[in-house]
Design a binder for this molecule. Sequence first.
Ligand code: KG4
Ligand code: ZN
Length: 339
Amino acid sequence: MSEKVYILGIESSCDDTAAAVLCNNVVLSNVIAGQKIHEAYGGVVPELASRAHQQHIVPVVEAALKQAGIKKSELNAIAFTQGPGLLGSLLVGASFAKGMAKGLGIPALGIHHMQGHILVHFIDDANEQSPDFPFLALTISGGHTQIVQVDNYFEMTILGETIDDAIGEAFDKSGKLLHLGYPAGPEMDRRAKLGNPNAFQFTKPKVDGLNFSFSGLKTAILHFIQKETKVNPNFIDQNINDICASIQNTIVEIVMDKLEIATRETGIKHIAIGGGVSANSGIREAIKSGEARFGWTTYLPKFEYTTDNAAMIGICGYLKLITGTADSDQLEVSARLKF
Ligand code: KG4
Ligand code: ZN
């Protein structure tokens, strides 16, 4: 293998079509086309998502190559998201990646989306320094909530995960009740900064071990809103920032309680976060505060590497190549791909 390896990463697991070009662990371009169409439906509509991916994939890949200043013929491999995700969406990215790789005579590399959110930390400029093994990864997104023990690049064990809604759904579904639009996470975060986190109390779920549960919180918030708006129809408008701050505070406490248990049980104090919800300012601050409170070393990715992107898929491709762990016989997409 030449010293410099050029990798094209393609991500299409949900509603963002993304392509990135990396030279080894350095990102040369990172292009994302979102899909506004789902906002009107208050959630991702799978059929519309796959159609939009078909429209976006060629221009997005062309833009990524152009911005990187790389010709297709210079690529050494193409990494694509193999799962988990929406089947139709995954198929668009995977078929494109496999076809292009075949045409160029280079390997196609199937990547696990959640491993991408974790290994994004090994991109050169993702944070000040990459995590040391072993570390704990908190992967928090619209589809997942997991605490993962990472012993090596592709040696990961899920220690705990949600038994119902993902943490992103807790933000998005409670935000929907407050008419914050979709996805509500970023707006909830913005408003939480302006409100009092202790204004309202929501009961935290009691779940054994390192698993999470968020569906009860959503129901508690629904009942709370129904009760308050019966007394005061303008309750939401008059208290929106305090409500957002209180919901976010409850979610932050749930996450911190579990991380504390995980660090105690494993003795591992290196903590990395990833996934769309790792952009949340309350979660970032709380995790960072663990450095002083519990002696943790924390790794918070740059914002452009938190929500779905293809740089995280490209870095996994690079790490597969240098560790010799690419499996060219296992390239079928799977909506429920396991580690
Ligand atoms: O990783 P991601 O882009 O897609 C999935 O793989 O799910 O995560 C999307 C999720 C959405 O639920 C969105 O509301 C949430 O990330 N999100 C946030 C913030 N930014 C994005 N949630 C809370 N605070 C934020 N700042
Ligand atoms: Zn994601």
